[in-house]
Structures are given as structure tokens and as C-alpha cells.
Design a protein around this ligand. Structure first.
Ligand SMILES: [Fe+2]
Ligand SMILES: [Fe+2]
Length: 290
């Protein structure tokens, strides 16, 4: 890799690409009102790299940045490949974390999908679990971690103080634009979440790659799984339309499999491969545009 270690430190503060999720492992289960019981605990407990990651993410994810990334990636002119090929491509992503104790990207994907399968959910749900993080191939295009993973949040309207590390938004140029800090910002009440620009990352990218092939329940899980301020903290509900109320239930049904299925048993990838290749072929064409 040609990058200097100094520039690596700023583009890769996370040792493991999933470390940002640690802020959600510490707050406890959702209570009756959808509120986490100990929302702010994460601050004392996260690694320095996670703080640094969110500082970069909140500073750089402006409305202009999101629109630029959508122009850059949503034309999907980079690659033509099938889902399995994309899984093997993502598997070439190597974190700085310990390779002996940590799981490969394909093992992570199968941990999620196998947990969904064991719970008896339908085949599209299992497949959604398998592929939901494939958008992380953005890292392999050279995108920095803060533009690939992390909690997503709306840009072009006021930041909720229930987003992790909200103090870092002071460093975002949009914080000084009054229009972007109004409650509704550039949007309007009830406009529907699909009108809202979320901070750019792997969720939105993969949604656009697969949107013609999965049922809308699975598409909502893929598109909004990192939007914790909404599905876990009940923020931005004033933008929801009727469809979004159903989507919220689906995204909430998916979240435990994303957060809590990882890091237990190592899936037998070779034994599971034929089952998953069949499942992929049931829903997807042999090649898709990425
Ligand atoms: Fe994800
Ligand atoms: Fe995930």
C-alpha cells in the first residue's frame, strides 16, 4: 500500500471496520418508548479510534459531500459482478485487527444470515442478512472508513442530539448554514424517508445496487440499518410517511441479527456455500452493476 502511515491513521482510525458499532453494544436494550436505558455510556467505554472515527465522519459528511458521492457512485459504472463475486471481493478487505481471533468478512456475513435462518425467517430475509454489508466494498475503491461505515444521519436539516457524539457536528460546515439547521431543513414534514439524504456510506450504495431484486422489506433493512437515530432513538419521525411506519418495524426486526449475531461460532463457509449460491440465484441475476 502506497499510503503513508500518517494518512492511514486519518483514513483508517478503526482497527476493525465494525468497531463503530461498539457504541450500540453498550447502551442496553430499547425500553418501552424506544429509549435506550444508558444512552451515554458509550462515551467512556469506546476506544480512541472510534471517537476519532466519529469526529472525522461528523466533520466531513455535509450535504454537498453526500450529493457528490451519490453522483460518483450511483451511476454504478465501476464493476459488473454477481453477488457471490462481490462477497469474495469484500473478503479481500483486511482490517488491522488480529486475523487469528477475528472473522473474515464472509464469515461475518454468514454469521448474520445463519442467525436469521436459525430463527426460521423467510428466504429473502436470510439473503438480506447475507448481503446487507456488501456496500463496504466502497473501502476497496479507496474510500475512507468515515465515508463507508458508522451511524447514518440526515444531512440538510438539524442534527439530533441523540446521534452518537453530537458535539462533533460543530466542526461540520453545514452547522453554520441556518437553512440546514432548521428542524425540517431542505425537506418537509411527512415527506417520507426516501426523500431524505442520509450521510453517505455502504447502506445507500448497496440499496441502489440491489433495489430491483429484493422485496421492499429487505430493501428497507439494507438502506436504513445504520440509521440508529431513527430506528433506535425515535428521532426524525416527523419526516415519516405511512410506508415508513412499516419500514421501521422491519428495520427493527433486522437489527438484533446485525448487532448480536457476530463473534460467536465460526460458520463453516465451505459447507454453507452451495446453499447460499442457490439462494442468491433465486433472487439475483448472474451479474449486477456496481
Ligand atoms: Fe452495515
Ligand atoms: Fe452489519
Amino acid at each position: 500500500m502506497a499510503e503513508s502511515s500518517a494518512s492511514q491513521a486519518t483514513s483508517r482510525p478503526l482497527e476493525d471496520l465494525d468497531d463503530w458499532e461498539s457504541v450500540h453494544h453498550q447502551g442496553g436494550e430499547r425500553g418501552e418508548n424506544g429509549q435506550k436505558s444508558a444512552f451515554r455510556d458509550y462515551r467512556e467505554n469506546v476506544r480512541a479510534g472510534v471517537r476519532e472515527f466519529y469526529q472525522l465522519n461528523h466533520r466531513h459528511q455535509t450535504l454537498a459531500f453526500v450529493l457528490e458521492k451519490k453522483r460518483e457512485f450511483l451511476a454504478k459504472t465501476r464493476r459488473s459482478m454477481g453477488i457471490w463475486e462481490a462477497m469474495e471481493f469484500l473478503n479481500t478487505l483486511v482490517d488491522d485487527s488480529d486475523p487469528d481471533t477475528d472473522f473474515s468478512q464472509i464469515e461475518h456475513l454468514m454469521q448474520t444470515s445463519e442467525a436469521i435462518r436459525a430463527a426460521g425467517h423467510p428466504r429473502w430475509f436470510v439473503l438480506t442478512g447475507l448481503i446487507h454489508d456488501l456496500g463496504k466494498i466502497l473501502c476497496l475503491y479507496g474510500e475512507p472508513q468515515w465515508a463507508v461505515v458508522g451511524d447514518t444521519f440526515p444531512v440538510g436539516c438539524r442534527y439530533s442530539d441523540r446521534i452518537v457524539f453530537p458535539e462533533f457536528f460543530a466542526e461540520n460546515p453545514d452547522a453554520a448554514v441556518p437553512e440546514y439547521q432548521a428542524r425540517d431543513g431542505i425537506y418537509h414534514e411527512g415527506c417520507g424517508l426516501d426523500q431524505i439524504h442520509l450521510s453517505w456510506g455502504h447502506d445507500e450504495y448497496l440499496y441502489h445496487v440491489v433495489k430491483d431484486y429484493l422485496p421492499e422489506e429487505g430493501l428497507a433493512m439494507i438502506r436504513y440499518h445504520s440509521f440508529y437515530a431513527w430506528h433506535h432513538e425515535n428521532q426524525y419521525t416527523h419526516f415519516m410517511n405511512e410506508d415508513d411506519r412499516k419500514k421501521l418495524e422491519w428495520v427493527r426486526a433486522f437489527n438484533p441479527f446485525d448487532l448480536y449475531s457476530k463473534g460467536h461460532d465460526r460458520p463453516d463457509v465451505d459447507a454453507l456455500t452451495p446453499y447460499y449460491k442457490d439462494l442468491i440465484a433465486e433472487f439475483f441475476p448472474p451479474r449486477l452493476s456496481w
